[in-house]
Design a protein around this ligand. Structure first.
Ligand SMILES: Cc1cc2nc3c(=O)[nH]c(=O)nc-3n(C[C@H](O)[C@H](O)[C@H](O)COP(=O)(O)OP(=O)(O)OC[C@H]3O[C@@H](n4cnc5c(N)ncnc54)[C@H](O)[C@@H]3O)c2cc1C
Length: 388
């Protein structure tokens, strides 16, 4: 039984890892592994701070995945003789802060929703918040603490997974998948962009927003997936301020979200815009807004060096929930559409795929039916019959 995983972002890599651990023979197809959304992501593992109205099923999947994270990173680290910190995982806390009175109102509503769902979030005074993060501005309007929302460095984890997968005998083919092929009513493999055919009994579509362009998946994913671009900046502290931001800071600044995530090397990730303008390049207006809002929150940021700007597309869906489940071609499973949470969701999605392909699953997963990948599109066969 050979399984092909199309796409080596964090979702595809975690999936390949889980399938290989369950004994499958795995080939990963990607022209540029770990170069998509995974390359830009801040890596917040924030199922509690990311609680939103009408996203309960997604919230449950996020919590299930956050619970799986320590064991998942430990497995990858152990395969490389490292510890979980060395593959990018950090159990730092998350502070949520607001800049003005309207932000206090919005975050207060989300706090009530979060507490109503039985999740753990604590209201702080702004003085308490500044004791935890002394660089925060004294003019904040509100603050909340989520001790359980941690972070991972997606670039470090993706590189660790690539190395561990190669070590475990997983083959990488650096080509674009053009189409899924079928014979006698089930998946037979993948057609590459150079015309080569790879045989497989099972195919998993983890190509992020690129999944829209893979042909013959049984549904038209263009209506279900769209690119939602995000700009992210990396800042480096001067020696006098190094290590002074100790946890993730998520904020609303005049209604706009922003966050800062401190990396183990002392740098800060500042994100992120959310654009549907079709521009894959870094937006000058986005950089301006992020720096303006972040400096309002932490005035000392003006002294940091701006060392990187990057933009990538999140794989967005109409209801913000993933496309996770079987596609109409037997043996083909979709695992994409993870939008703003794909780093968080990767371990749970990987387990879900193993479960869908009837391999192992270590602990029970939440109900996957809300993530049916055909929920926005009708199978092509049915569309053709109806229009005939
Ligand atoms: C600015 C920004 C900040 C974010 N912050 C967070 C965060 O803090 N926490 C969080 O949980 N999530 C975050 N996300 C979301 C997260 O990055 C994505 O949901 C996640 O990376 C999706 O992973 P993926 O593996 O599905 O896709 P990607 O990482 O986009 O990988 C897809 C891969 O598929 C390959 N591919 C595409 N087409 C084909 C094809 N035809 N054949 C073969 N391979 C193909 C690409 O080369 C790529 O390597 C953020 C995203 C952005 C853009």
């Amino acid at each position: 039984m050979r399984t092909i995983v199309i796409g080596a972002g964090l979702v595809g890599l975690a999936t390949a890892w889980r399938l290989r651990a369950a004994g499958a023979e795995v080939t990963v197809v990607d022209p540029a592994p770990a170069s998509g959304a995974t390359h830009a992501a801040a890596g917040m593992l924030a199922p509690v701070a990311e609680t939103y109205y009408r996203e309960e099923a997604l919230g449950r999947l996020g919590l299930a995945s956050a619970t799986r994270y320590p064991a998942f990173v430990d497995e990858v680290a152990a395969a490389l003789g490292r510890d979980r910190g060395e593959v990018g995982y950090r159990d730092t806390r998350t502070l949520v802060v607001g800049a003005d009175a309207a932000d206090r109102g919005s975050l207060g509503d989300l706090f009530d929703l979060t507490i109503g769902l039985g999740l753990s979030m604590e209201r702080l005074t702004t003085r308490q918040a500044r004791r935890l993060e002394p660089l925060l501005s004294p003019t904040l309007s509100c603050a909340f603490l989520v001790e359980g929302d941690h972070q991972v460095d997606p670039r470090v984890l993706a590189q660790a997974l690539l190395q561990a997968l190669r070590g475990a005998g997983v083959e990488f083919v650096e080509r674009r998948a053009a189409a899924v092929t079928a014979s006698t009513g089930a998946v037979s493999g993948v057609q590459l962009d150079d015309g080569t055919h790879l045989n497989a009994d099972r195919v998993v579509l983890t190509a992020g927003v690129g999944a829209r362009d893979v042909a013959d998946t049984g549904v038209d994913l263009r209506g279900a997936l769209r690119p939602i671009y995000g700009d992210v900046l990396r800042l480096d502290a001067p020696a006098s301020l190094r290590g002074q931001v100790t946890g993730t800071i998520r904020a609303l600044v005049a209604g706009k979200p922003a966050y800062l995530v401190p990396r183990a090397d002392g740098s800060l990730v500042l994100g992120a815009t959310s654009r549907e303008d079709g521009n894959p390049r870094v937006s000058a207006g986005g950089v301006h807004e992020l720096l303006r809002d972040a400096i309002r929150l932490l005035p000392a940021l003006a002294e940091f060096a701006l060392v990187e700007t990057v933009a990538r597309a999140r794989p967005g869906t109409p209801d913000n929930a993933p496309l996770l489940g079987p596609l109409p071609v037997p043996g083909l499973v979709a695992a994409t559409g993870t939008y703003r949470n794909g780093i968080l969701l990767a371990p749970a999605v990987a387990d879900a795929v193993a479960h869908l392909l009837r391999l192992d699953v270590e602990s029970p997963l939440p109900d996957l039916s809300p993530f049916d990948p055909t929920r926005f599109t009708r199978p092509r066969e049915r569309q053709t019959k109806e229009s005939a």
